[in-house]
Design a protein around this ligand. Sequence first.
Ligand SMILES: C[S@@+](CC[C@H](N)C(=O)[O-])C[C@H]1O[C@@H](n2cnc3c(N)ncnc32)[C@H](O)[C@@H]1O
Length: 286
Amino acid sequence: MNPITKAIALEMLPSSEILSTQDLLKRSQKSDYIVRLLWNALPYSHYGYGIYHAARLAKLLKLPAISVIEFGVAGGNGLVAMEEHAKVIQKLTKVKIQIYGFDTGQGMTPPADYRDMPYRFAPGNYKMDIPKLRARLKKAKLVLGDIKDTAASFFETYKPAPIGFASFDMDYYSSTMHAFRLFADGLNDDFFLPRIQCYFDDIIGHEISSYNDFVGELAAIRDFNHASQHVKVAESRVFRKYAVNFEWYHQFYVMHRFTHKLYNTYISSAKPSSLALTKKKKKKKK
Ligand SMILES: C[S@@+](CC[C@H](N)C(=O)[O-])C[C@H]1O[C@@H](n2cnc3c(N)ncnc32)[C@H](O)[C@@H]1O
């Protein structure tokens, strides 16, 4: 298939207006940062979106700092992008941002069973060059080791600020379930925002991946929700209102901690005078 036919047939080429707007936003450093994120005009725009909305919620709740986490770091491109977005967002919101990256440091572990999708993910893939990444990182902390071990001591070791955004990119069902242990029902509220922005990297994919509710990250979300009474991971619905449509819009969920001490704190800008009946328009004299 020639490349243009392939692009049109398989990638559903967006309209030229969308492409030219996005191109303009990519080049124009002065345009609004949030607009650039929503138009997917910056590297790892989805990370910027998640971190920004976590920091915004923290500000509304009068919390001075948050933590953001990448579960699954590989070579480190995502973690480096997280640092860059956090720098901008810290300046915009004045909320301090701690960054953590969890990984074995040695690539994928052997799959546990069919739910880890051995047809799609292979042990040893996505190795990290640890010294090279450490030299590149400015503030992010690497939590190295199998998440099934590192999750247990994370809060005690790092005493992180409340977690506000997490990118789940460990591919496997089993690893994602271990990552979810950090968010279990009944843990100390101080380690979490009441609502946590969550990005799941492996839930759309392509025909080869064939992600579905019974394997991988989607199965982990389903099983976590099934087992957890007061903490639920629910699809973010805000993107339904946008005229443009990027893949990551469909990869955002919000983790709700219903019994969190700040869950019911009012943060909306609506007040008693909102939605008052508007004045009757005077009829123009002819
Ligand atoms: C697809 S890569 C992450 C890519 C990265 N987020 C990025 O944007 O460049 C998946 C990573 O998850 C890590 N991983 C998978 N299972 C793990 C486990 N049980 N414990 C720790 N890390 C794990 C692997 O080492 C691998 O580097």
